[in-house]
Structure formats: structure tokens, C-alpha cells
Design a protein around this ligand. Sequence first.
Ligand SMILES: [Zn+2]
Ligand SMILES: [Zn+2]
Length: 347
Amino acid sequence: MRAIAKTQPAPGQIMEIEVPPPTLGPSQVLLRVGGGGLCGTDLSIRRWDADIAAEYAPAFPHVLGHEFAGRIEAVGSDVEGIAIGAMSTVTPHINCGRCFYCNNGRHSLCTQRRIMGCHAPGGLAEQVAVPADNVFVLPDGTDPLVAAVIEPLTVACHAVLERVPITASDVALVMGAGPVALLHLLVAQAAGAAAVIVAGVAADATRLAIARQLGAVTVDQDSEDLAAAVRRVAPRGADVAYDASGHHDALAAALPALRRGGRLGIVGYCHAAAPFHSLPLALDEKELIGCRAYNRGTWVRSTALAAALTGQLRQLITHVLPFAEIDRAFTLLERRECMKVVVLPDG
Ligand SMILES: [Zn+2]
Ligand SMILES: [Zn+2]
């Protein structure tokens, strides 16, 4: 069968190749993949960054894809209660289920966690066999492309509904204008935010326009002071903020825009030191909260929310490309000439 794989532990080396079809274990289900999303993690795997290479250390060829969905084509002999033909999404996290964190429902902190598409084979293939426990069956009629982007939606649900929850009437600030940032916008709106401000830079002009179409107030930080712009919407400052930019300047920019007692979730991965002044943080009792991926329960929320947000999620999917155009997909991602890119086995 055809799959998108990294063929060697070196920069680049990602292509459509022929791989053996998966064998179905007794506690697994076989999925006919209907689409998979690409994200910054896939770009890091493409570049083969040193930290990624050391942490993931997969076998080669390594099938990519941690954001994917499809129809159930077969179920293993021990699997009950999952119907053939059901549209399903998959949590790519393989948790140990036994550690302190798993036993406390903090699956994102599992000390033995492996991720499909990162450490283990992923879902950018015609078919994939996954543990039945990782499958979340979606309502009949779910758009397969929407199903393919539920994984990053789940990341936004973890931050906005669980780690730094929004109270109805809150004003939320989102740093960054990429797909994960705009997913935070959508979840914040669904959670009852009075207004959501999305902050980008001049290079994000196209992405900020999409954010405005989705109902955000946008700020171009290259031409406007962020704290002043936020106070035009929320005179005290934003109640909550989420950094989905991963930029080392984001904390220093966002903290003055936050009201006293406000909370800021750190979602984007920043690989450099991010300087900020701690005194205002102490005096104003602001809080910085780490947000990593999601727990199993987060998927119950995100899969329910995906149905309500179908129209908006479709707006975020700017490119749907066949596996054969994987190079173009990565070029779009690298140049930020896209929002969400979904690839399919068939064009
Ligand atoms: Zn991702
Ligand atoms: Zn664990």
C-alpha cells in the first residue's frame, strides 16, 4: 500500500513509498484512512532536528502522521462494540496506562508515552492498524476532512477548556495566527468568550484575515502595541491568554496585555529562552500555565465540539492534496502559505 514515509534518519527524505499493508492484532482495529493533517511537528521530523531525532528514534522507513481519521474496515478478534464502516478519529498517543500520571488521568504527562507518526508508525497511509482503545467513533455523516483535524482541535480543547478554562464573558488573547492559534479562537468562542483577540505579525496578514472572518479582533504587532490594542477591547486587559506562537518574544508581549490575576497558557513549543519581567507577574498575581497535548477525556469534548464547528473547521482547511504532492504540502507549510493542510491517499 502507499504511505508517506521518512526513509532515512537525515534532513528531507520524506516521500510517497510502497509499504506492506498492516497486520491486524486481536485488540486493534484497521482503519481506511480518509485524510491526515500536517503540522509543525512533521516539519521538525522533515528537518530531522537533533532533539526530534534523539527523542523519536523510529524504525525506517517511518510512516508519518499523528493527525488522521478514517473508516473502520476490520476489527481484531478481541474487539467489541466498534462497528465496521464507522468514521473514527484516533488519539495517536500510546500511553502506558500504569504510571502515576496515567493513573491520575494526566495522560499528557505519561512517562512512557509513545506517539504514532513520531515514535511509532503513523496514519499517513492507505490503511493503519491502531489499538481499539485509541479510537473515537464519530457521528454518522462526519466530514472526513473535519475528522482529520480533530487532533489539533483536541490540543486547543485541553488548553482552553481544561488548563486555562474560559468563563463566559471573558476576553481571550491568542498569540499566533497559525492553525493551532485559530483552533484556540474557535474553542474560546464556543466556550463563551465575549471577544477573542488574535495577535500576529505583518507576515501573518493572510492568516489574520481568516481570523477576522471567523470573528476575531486581530492585532498586527509589527504596527500596533499589543497591550494598548487589547485594552481597547478589554479595559482591564485580557482575562486569559494562550501562546500558540512558540515565539520567544510572545510571553513578554502577552503578559502586559493580561489583566491582574489573569492566566496565560503556554501551548506553542519555544526552543529558545523566552525573557520576561517577573516583578509585574508577582505584583499582579498573573499565572503561567503549561499546556501539553491532551488527556484521553479531552477527546470526548473535542469530538463533540467538532460536529458543532464543522463549518469553521472547513474554513481552516485551505489545502487538500494527494500523497503524490507531499513535497508541495511541506513547501506550503514551510512558507506559511496555508492554514491547515490535509493530505489524502487519493487526490
Ligand atoms: Zn500535530
Ligand atoms: Zn503512563
